[in-house]
Design a protein around this ligand. Sequence first.
Ligand code: GLC
Length: 561
Amino acid sequence: MTPTDQQHEQWWRDAVVYQVYPRSFADADGDGMGDLPGITRRLEHLRDLGVDALWLSPFYTSPQKDAGYDVADYTDVDPRFGSLADADALITRSHELGLKVIVDIVPNHSSDQHVLFQRALAAGPGSPERELYVFRDGRGEDGELPPNNWTSIFHGPAWTRVTEPDGTPGQWYLHIFDTSQPDWNWDHEDVHALFRDVLRFWLDRGADGFRVDVAHGMVKPEGLPDAETNAEGLIDIPEGELPPYFDNDGVLEIYREWRPILDAYEGERMMVLEAWIPEHRVPRYIGPAEAHQSFNFGFLQARWGVETLRKAIEEPLALADAVGAPTTWVLSNHDVIRHASRYGFDADYRFGEGLRRDEVPDAQQGLRRARAASLLMLALPGSAYLYQGEELGLPEVREIPDALREDPSHHRAGVPGRDGCRVPIPWEQHAPAYGFSPSGASWLPQPEEFGPLSVDAQDGVPGSTLEMYRAGLRLRREFELGRSAAPVEFPGDAPAGVLAVRRGELTVLVTTGAEDVTLPADSAYEGAEALLSSVAGTAAVAPGAPATVLPAQSTLWLRSA
Ligand code: GLC
């Protein structure tokens, strides 16, 4: 093994991973829904951007009640997205281009159309088939009340009552998400065996890793105790705590079971966990016998400001050091309001469940801060996860007719839901559906503001968001910023309102206030070379110029004199 090979052996430690949301990336067959052949044709975009890997959200057989996170067959491709041969072609082409491929695994629940759930329904109470899911008798005289008071993450009760094969009202099954997503019973060995096979299936096909959905779910507490309630009888989960169905110790055993399976394959196959848990609980999931890494959502949730951003960097780094694994960074994904819109709010900052039509972010401020936050993120050690379209500066889309919304939360509770960050992305400014689909069809309408944000409209345009990301990724590689060799330091001499982060010879300055900041002539940065700024066209930050004025709400990368 050459030294370079060795260095990159644990590729996931500093990888930049691009999340592809298959239904909204590229549509090859023109039905308005993205597909695997569409992704394969557009892979050069990822190579040119300079990322190391792609993570594919689910493309498995699914009735699409939760955009594919309701899986009916974990080892086949939904015909909407193509075939297994298309998946193979995508993986092969990615590898040819030097890109690793991470696939999504959804182990907390299946679709209610999974053959094993259908069998469980048909087999009736007390059958071994029902043991694979979480069926219980109801409370109350006729079992008419749910087995406990748990509520679903998508609003409403976490239990649904079934009609038994003989036509009578019967047992209840647990679904911590939508009714169409029954939870597996992870106390059953057959469920373990099923998922071991699923992992091997995709590892055999060349997957380099897994993104584990609801990675803190799966194992439920013994006896399924009620969640605590307040004086009004409403479930009351104190700030920083979780519902009883999350973060139970047994979950760790699943990762300890999976890790040797991954380790038995060549080439550092990895898993990254989606665990929305308090930050201090994350390290126990990570280690040589557990998962490789977990999304760090603290950075995504941090409000704009010197202290908040600094804390959102320092804390995960300290926690990561404690377990000897690098942290991850993420600003957007398919579940949260895109950061170009999220940063357009101040007081009523929100990150989930979409935007209502009357919630209008300041688009200019949003994009400006988003670009600054992205450049801050790309300078940090560990791996970074990008969500398709953020490299174009896409905003959250507010104007989606309710009838077209697909998020189950919208149907269950009337909240706007997450569709606004899932609108198909624009490739060509002057093509039908902005190049997303040859027929011009698109499962969600794309707003006009997407036109000028198309890939071809930004390609080669100095200062465009796309070129900023490309430059940031190039310099990140050049300076090995993803590696933790150069520690993260916060020099104490930064002017007020400026977050300064030092990585060896590189200093990153983030101006958080509304005013430009002039660096004093004798500042530590005098004569430093400006490498990259999130604000284009400012003379003082032209590449190579000495830096004196920092534009408001921007990030500047400086090389020490
Ligand atoms: C995860 C996914 C989300 C999905 C949920 C249920 O949070 O990211 O999109 O709705 O799990 O599977």
